[in-house]
Design a protein around this ligand. Sequence first.
Ligand SMILES: [Zn+2]
Length: 410
Amino acid sequence: MSDPARTLAGLPVWDGTAARGVATVTWSAGRIDDVTASEASVLADEYSVIPGLIDTHVHLDSSAGSAPTDWATWPIITPAAEKSLHVVAHAAAAARAGVTTLRDLAGSEVQLAAARGLDDRLVPGPRLRVYGTVGMTAGHGDLFTPPHYPHRAPTADSPDECRKLVRQWARQGVHGIKIHLSGGVLSMGDGVGWRNQTDAEIATTIDEAHALGMLVAAHTHSVEGVDRALAHGVDSIEHGTGILERHWAELAERRIPVAPTLLINDRIAAREIPVTDEAADKAKGVVAERDERFVGAARAGVRFVLGTDANGVMVRFGDQHEELRHMQALFGWTAEQAMIAATSDAADAIGMPSLGRIARGAEADLVVVKGRPWERLEDLTSDSIVAVVSRGETIFGALPELTPTQGASK
Ligand SMILES: [Zn+2]
C-alpha cells in the first residue's frame, strides 16, 4: 500500500541551510517529491516549514513515568520490555518538540526494540538511531552499575574483545558504536580525566566498526582523549571538554562534529537537579574549563552540532530548544547557524545526509512552526510547534489547512 501524496502549499520554507521563500512542498512514500516557489497562503505570515530537528546525543532508557524514581536505580530494577515503553514515551515527547531523529549513544535491545516498532509505525514517533558502547571494565560506561550487580552491560578489555563486541553489536542491528576516551561526570567512582581504553583497543574498535559500515562516536572530557580521537579517526566527539586551541584547525578542516552537551553539565554543576556531590564537583570542573575553549573553537570553525545528552531527567526531551539557544549565545551564532547545527549539520554528523533538509529526494521529516526560527530562535518553543511529520506521516499535531491568499484553491 503506497502513501497518498501530501502537500504543504504556500508557506515560507527554510530548507536546513537557507531560506527558500514561500514554496510548496509535496511528498509521498516518505520522501519529498518537490519544493517549488509558489503563491503565499493565508497563513504565510504566521507559519513556516523547517526540517525535523536531530539530537545527535541522547539516552532514552530512563523513567518517563510520573512517579518519582531514582535515576541511577531505575535502570537496574526495571525489566527490559518495560523500559522499551519508556523509550517510546520519551521519543514521543521529543516529537512534540519537533525532534524527528534521536541518536541514543548507549543503546541495547531496549532501544533497538523501540526503534524497530517506531520504524514499523506501531506507534507514531521519531526515528531512533541506536549505538552500542565498547568500553573497558571500570570505564565510564561500566560505572553506572554497582560492582556486585550481575546483569551488566558488556565490557571489552583487549583488542580482541573490542573487535568481538563490535561484531556482536553489529549482529544485534545497532547503527553505530560509541567509545569512551575518558571518565565521565555521572559515572560513579572515576575521574573525568581518567584514561579509558588503550590505543590498541581504540584502533581495533574503530577499524572493525568502519569495516562493518558503522560510525564511531567518542565520549571525551580530557585533552588526551581529544588527541587520541583525532589520531585514530573517530567520526564525532561527544562533550569535547578537552578541546584546546591546538585542536581547532584539524577539527575544523576535517569537519569532525562535536556535540557540546552544555545544558546537562550546567544543570549538574548548579545542582538544579538532585545529584551526588561527586557528580556536581565533576560537572563544575567541566563547565569551568569548557566555555572559553568552546568560544574560540566555534570562532575557528569547529562544527558544533545539536547533541544534548538528554536523559529525560537532567535534560528532558523537549529541552533541545533551550540547548540551541544556549549554543547560539555561547558561540555568538546567528539563529540560522543554530538551526543548521540542529538540522543539516546534525544529519551529516550521524551519517544520514538525506535527513535535516527540505529538498527533492530528502526524507519527509518536516515541522510546521509558528514564526521563523532561522531568523529568531526565540520562535522555537514547544508551544510554537504546529505539526510534525516523520517518514511522511504526521506524528504530532495536524497539518494546517492552506488556502491561497488570492482566489479559491483549485
Ligand atoms: Zn551521553
